[in-house]
Design a protein around this ligand. Sequence first.
Ligand code: 6PG
Length: 245
Amino acid sequence: MNDRLAVFPTLHDLSEEVATKLLDIADEATKQRGIMRIALAGGSTPKQLYQTLAHAMGRRPEWSKWVIYFGDERIVPLDDERSNFAMAHAALLDHVPIGESQIYVPQTHLSTPEEIVSRYEQTIRESFETPGEAPRFDVILLGLGSDGHTASLFPGKSALLEAHHLVVASTPGVLPPEVDRITFTLPFINAARNVFFLVSGADKTQAFSAAFNKRPLGDLKMTPAGLVHPTKGNLEWFITSDVTT
Ligand code: 6PG
């Protein structure tokens, strides 16, 4: 079964639509549960979305109810230009009234990837206040690499197989930056209420077609992105038209 797909002429148009959907989900989530939990994606594609959200599009989001996490992070200082937190902070978090206590960032200064993972997993679980129940995000944002990776789940890496934890360490894939990372695991991503893929750029065409149609990509029987399928949630793809040509 193919998931929902929306195609936009420009990244600007895509970003506006996704921002509107996020604000709508936030309204619903805060009405239902008093909180909006979102995991941000890294890379460059979502930057425009974060900048659009920062202007709130004439709406009045209840930012005090938003809780921000990161679906993956590079193990670099948080002010490093390769840091996903640094990008989101510059594009969004530094421009909206979301306090530090509402932002859960992987502690990349800790000594080993395993320690960073263990601390982040504990922090996530504690922040959900419902020990025992699998933490479930309102939204997880994801990007797509031209090799079919998503978050920091790279083809052929053992992180893809992790089934018992929320977060796992991941060695670099073939695409830059070549640094160790931590990433949400597939089961954790698939537990979300909403998973949104944001994809732009003709270099993603083959990876998108393989992931969306759950088909092989070259020698790869299934892309990591193709393994994303929320068990009880909604999966939507937002792509620019250069991805389909
Ligand atoms: C990361 C991202 C990664 C990204 C894709 C697409 O930390 O690198 O989480 O999964 O979303 O590589 O990146 P672009 O948006 O820059 O093409």
